[in-house]
Design a protein around this ligand. Structure first.
Ligand code: ZN
Ligand code: ZN
Length: 506
């Protein structure tokens, strides 16, 4: 019977199971037969489904289960989540994009959206699940399989498809359009947010389940969009990036949700690399791509001589680069090209270019790229000495983490943000998927402290300028960042004035 639904539930091929169910099995919380029964009777194909089934006490009544087994599954869930190999946001996006492309290109699909941590812009993604609203799921699944050139299918049922792409599992859910908002909301999470939403719904007389909203007399209120659900329970639609289950619902109730920064508010990009250091593309290619994005200004910011990058700008190179940029300014008068650099902060706190070089540049970004064996206190001293330098406008990727392998520096960030305010130094939210730094939580603390942030792509290839800026914006939104906090939502004159004021000590 298990083969009929596309899964081969033999221990030898357990690796082919959707990852979530695999780890439930590996936890010993249930037997393989029980796991199959959960799928067969409840249609469980993911951790989100399973969590909902536990919460709604739908497992205990099944044959071969009781409240104790249900509790065991529930208590296994959080610990086991850690066992699922998470995929960095950039890779998850690359894997999901072609799937979304096929779905959105089909006239049978009303809309298609990613869900879960991918949609919320988290730095790593557990399950890649896409929700596509359609009245003709079988035809859409066939379209998808044709469009993706017959991927390896793990599971196919009436309204679900799971398959592997580059060995990563992707799920597609195909709810009826008139209640698809419930599926998208539930799968998007976070679980903390959905729990808090359920509690709020209860106060308004509604029961929110994984199947949607039920009134007190047990009627399902069909909801084509998430918006419809939030509206019914008396809330504005809460932006996906802040659905963390902390204070967002309280803010929505109080009417104090901020207007978050958005991609269309971004007027320029202050951090990118070219072939003068470790970028793949010429300055001209970067400029052309930025013109296509309708930016008003950009900064070319290559690495300084002692950075760990594979190729760096030299003192000599700065002059030649300036000549190239001045020619490009003539060729492209519709965009302002700032000549900048990303200068390393050396272990003793000095900068990796002499002041006579830096003062010729329009903007100077400063970075720690290596720890040099130093303690958090010493790293902080390096930062403070760079920030008090009048030529340093901006600190890039402040924690210097590398996703997924290297955690950020363990610094006193409140002190760093206070220094940023005092020295009028901008701190960055870097959108490169390996950085996403500051992350949402730190960005929120930075703006709360009064710091100005820049949202930058830190891009090393022209084709990714837009996508990395989008990741940066999502990360900023996770930090409740508003347009007024962000330097590059402002006109160029204001950006220049900020840099000039710090340089002049005004
Ligand atoms: Zn850097
Ligand atoms: Zn960089």
């Amino acid at each position: 019977m298990y083969e009929a639904c596309g899964w081969v539930l033999l221990e030898s091929s357990i690796a082919d199971l959707p990852a979530d169910l695999r780890w439930v099995y590996e936890s010993d919380a249930v037997s393989i037969e029980q796991l199959a029964a959960l799928h067969e009777t409840l249609g469980v194909t993911s951790a989100t489904d399973l969590a909902a089934a536990v919460r709604e006490q739908r497992i205990r009544g099944l044959e071969g289960f009781d409240a104790e087994t249900e509790a065991r599954v529930g208590s296994a869930l959080p610990g086991l989540r850690a066992l699922v190999a998470r995929v960095p946001l950039g890779r998850a996006t690359s894997l999901a994009e072609p799937v979304l492309g096929v779905l959105r290109g089909s006239e049978l699909v009303t809309w298609a959206e990613p869900s879960g941590s991918l949609r919320r812009g988290q730095d790593t993604v557990g399950d890649i699940e896409i929700v596509a609203a359609t009245a003709r799921p079988a035809d859409v699944i066939d379209t998808l399989l044709r469009g993706l050139e017959q991927p390896r299918v793990l599971h196919r049922s009436e309204r679900r498809l799971y398959f592997l792409r580059e060995r990563v599992q992707i799920g597609v859910r195909l709810p009826e359009p008139d209640n698809a908002g419930a599926a998208l909301l539930g799968l998007t999470g976070s679980s903390g947010h959905v729990d808090a939403l359920r509690a709020h719904a209860a106060t308004a007389g509604w029961t929110l389940t994984s199947n949607g909203l039920y009134s007190s007399d047990g009627q399902l209120r069909r909801s084509p969009t998430e918006d419809a659900i939030y509206t019914t329970i008396g809330l504005p639609c809460i932006p996906v990036e802040i659905r963390n289950g902390d204070d967002e619902i309280a803010a929505a109730v109080a009417g104090t949700l901020p207007e978050l920064v958005s991609r269309r508010r971004i007027r320029g990009d202050l951090h990118m690399h070219s072939t003068w250091s470790d970028g793949r593309d010429s300055i001209e290619a970067m400029v052309e791509a930025c013109r296509a994005l309708r930016y008003e200004y950009i900064a070319i910011t290559d690495h300084s001589p002692h950075s760990a990058a594979t190729r760096n700008l030299t003192v000599d190179g700065v002059k030649k680069q300036a000549e190239e940029i001045s020619q490009l300014r003539e060729r492209y008068p519709d965009i302002t090209i700032l000549h900048g650099c990303e200068v390393d902060i050396l272990p003793d706190g000095r900068l990796d270019f002499p002041d006579r070089i830096l003062e010729q540049l329009d903007i100077v970004l400063a970075s720690l790229h290596e720890r040099a064996g130093q303690s958090p206190d010493q790293l902080m001293k390096r930062y403070l000495s760079a920030m008090t330098h009048p030529l340093v406008a901006l600190i890039t990727h402040p924690t210097n983490r590398m996703i997924p392998n290297k955690p950020g520096y363990d610094l006193d960030y409140d002190r760093l943000f206070a220094a940023a305010v005092e020295t009028r130094t901008i701190v960055e939210i870097d959108g490169a998927p390996g950085h996403l730094d500051l992350d949402g939580a730190l960005a929120r603390r930075a703006v709360a402290a009064g710091a100005t942030v820049a949202i930058d792509s830190d891009c090393h290839r022209a084709e990714w300028l837009d996508r990395q800026m989008t990741f940066g914006v999502m990360t900023a939104r996770r930090g409740w960042v508003e347009p007024r906090h962000v330097v590059n939502t402002r006109a160029l004159d204001e950006v220049r004035a900020m840099i000039a004021a710090k340089r002049a000590g005004r």
